[in-house]
Structures are given as structure tokens and as C-alpha cells.
Design a protein around this ligand. Sequence first.
Ligand SMILES: [Zn+2]
Length: 428
Amino acid sequence: MGNHRYDAHCHIFTLKYAVKEIKNMLHDMLCGTYPFHDPTSKALFAARENWFDDLKQLLRQLYELIHAAGGSEEENLNFLQEEAIKAFPSGDLRIIPLMMDIFYMLAYPLYKDGDIQKVRGLKMAQVDEKEYQDRWNEILDDFKTYVQLQKLALKATAKGEVGGNVEQALQIIEEERHVAETLRLKSGALKSTGFEGFYQTGGFCYHLNNLVDLVIKRKGELYPFVAIDPRRPGIIDTLVSGSFFKGDGRFYGVKLYPRMGFHPQSKPMDAVYKYCNDNHLPIIFHCGMGGFPPSTTWKYFDFGNPLNFEPVVKKYPKLKIDFAHLGSSDPSYDWAKTIVRLINENDNVYSDLACYTSTDELKPMKKLWDANPKLKSRLMFGTDFDVMYFTGKVNMQIYYKNFKTIFKPDELKLLMCDNPVKFMGINA
Ligand SMILES: [Zn+2]
């Protein structure tokens, strides 16, 4: 089993995705339809402060996060494959790119047993175009200043390799200058019919469309996972309709990022687990204390605690779940120990080593690997591209070199070839 290498956890979204999505967030915030609170109301919306600055900061943070990504999803796929060939001259690289849904990260949180608010319709509300354009210009101009300052800083430190997208960023700012495109979206942002039924926003649909196109064009080279945030109206209905997982341009699993503000045991989530269980679809959820936004004290970081998924693991013993990052950034390693216990006690639990950017970080994980034989059939390799560049510690060649230093060739084969294929349940 397993002649192909897999990067079982990476991201190929682009700055264009982020800018489009924030443009859409601004739209809904101006309309008063962004669900800051439950229930949504203009009065509550008006009472909330700082949201405009939050958007400015979010755009800056996303730029930092995606600073090594290419201009398109396909460029990122090509880059990952070219770098893998340098590290492993024989064989090809397939990737599992994970979508992310950032739209609701400033919205009301869903706590344990909490439920979503009533859907207010799947079409965009009306907004005053002039006000929208003026506000958007202000955000873009703030961002432009930031990018230009970064350009100077990058020059000063000669960090050319990872700072290569400054010109690209300036170009995207101008391409996304006009708000009329978002206003025209209404519910026509999706190329593929059959995916309808959820609230469509510019960036989310842009990335989704590009992934689906790429799956068709580069058949067998990528196995994308669709991001589900239960607060996106209609997304769970679309999920359980099965349309994401049919046809040539399809997804292969579900990505969850509870850190965005939804608890894994919030009410709407059970339908997701049940559907994935019944239809043999794997789930990857973010299970590191760090992540995005970049802080280990982010208010919802504990939603990603592996203990929150233990009842799900027990209830659905056939549902394959990847506890991503093996609980990274936890100084006490409690999250990692919990994951290892869950792997040992159950047959459906996997984990991955995405974003381990130094041999010092990998060494304690190698100890767990040596002490727990079952990890050899459950742990997967991942780069977390291009988030791993965000750490400033590695480029792709160093990343691969670190893994080769810590793991023997036959161990790397388990991590990169055999376990991802088993996790996804694909024939390869
Ligand atoms: Zn990731």
C-alpha cells in the first residue's frame, strides 16, 4: 500500500481569498446582518465597538499568515510538489488542502450545547454603496500602508524568499478595490450548481470554486477538505445533501476549526459527525493550542481541546478523525498525551505533525512515537503550508530535512504514504 507521498495537512488558499472574504464581512457589518450577537439586531450591532478596527487587524494578520502563498491555488500546488521533489527525488506528492472559514470569527460564539440562530435568508441584504465603498477604501488604504512598510522591513532583513508577494499584494488591493462585485454576488458566487443552499460569501466561494476546478484539472493530485462552520447559514444542510462529495469536482472530507468560535459539542455539530460517519468521510480538526488568530490565549482556543471530541469518538467508532498538530504549542504536552491515549483506546483516531518547524519540537513527538506502537499506523506527515512559513523558522527544504533527521526512511513511509491513504480510505 502507498506508493505516493502525501502532505496530509496543508492550505493553498491565497491572499485574494482573504481580501474578498473581509470585503464581504464589511458588507454584512454595514448592513447590520453580521451575527455579532444572538439574536442579531441593529441595536446590538450599533452597541458593538471596534469592529472596524478588528477588520483592519484581521486583514493584516491574514497577510502575515499567507505571506508565502502564491497568487493562485494552482501555483501553491505546483510549489509544494516542486519542493517535495527536491527533498525526495523519487516519487510524486499528493496533497490534502484544508479550507478555512474565517467569516464568523468575529460573530457570536457557539458554546457546548449551544444552538445557532434562526437563518435570516441566504441572500445578501442591501447596503448603501457609497458608504460601503468609502469604508472599504479606508480598510484597503490601511492595509496598503502596512504592506508597504513590510516591504521596507523585508528589504532590511533580506528575507526575500518569504517576502516575495509584496507586489502581488499591492496588485490584489487594486483588483479588489471596487465593492460593486460583492453587491452583485447576491447568491451567484458559486460556479458549480448543486452546491447551493448555504449563505455564499465572496472569498469562501472563490476558494471553493478554485479547489473544485483544480481537482478536475489535476486529477488524483489533491484531496481537498471542505470547511464547515455551523454558523454559516445552510452549510450543514448542503453538507448532508451530499453534493460536496459527488462528481469529479468534489471534496474528500470535512475540516473543522473550533478555534473560530464553535464548540465541537454545540448542538448543530452532531449532524456533521453523523453524516461523515454514515458516509465514510474523514474529519480533520485543528488541535493545537496555537493557530489563527496567532495567540495561545485566544478566547476560543480551548474549543479545540481534544477532550471535547472524546464523546464524538465514542459515539461514532467508525468515524475517522484527525486530531491535527498532535496538540502542538502546549507546554505541558497534555493535549498530545490525551490524543495518544485516544489513539490507543480507539480505532478511529488519527493525528498529524503539521507545523512542527524544528527538530526540538519534533523530538518529544518522536519519543511518543517510540513509546506507543499504535502511533505507527495513525500518525501522518503534514507541512501546514504556508502557515509554517509564518513561524519564520523554516523554509520547505529545512522542514523536510528536519523530518528526515528525526524519522528513519521506513518511518517516513508510514507517515507520508501508508497512513494518509488509510485515513482517507482511498485506493492508491
Ligand atoms: Zn493547518
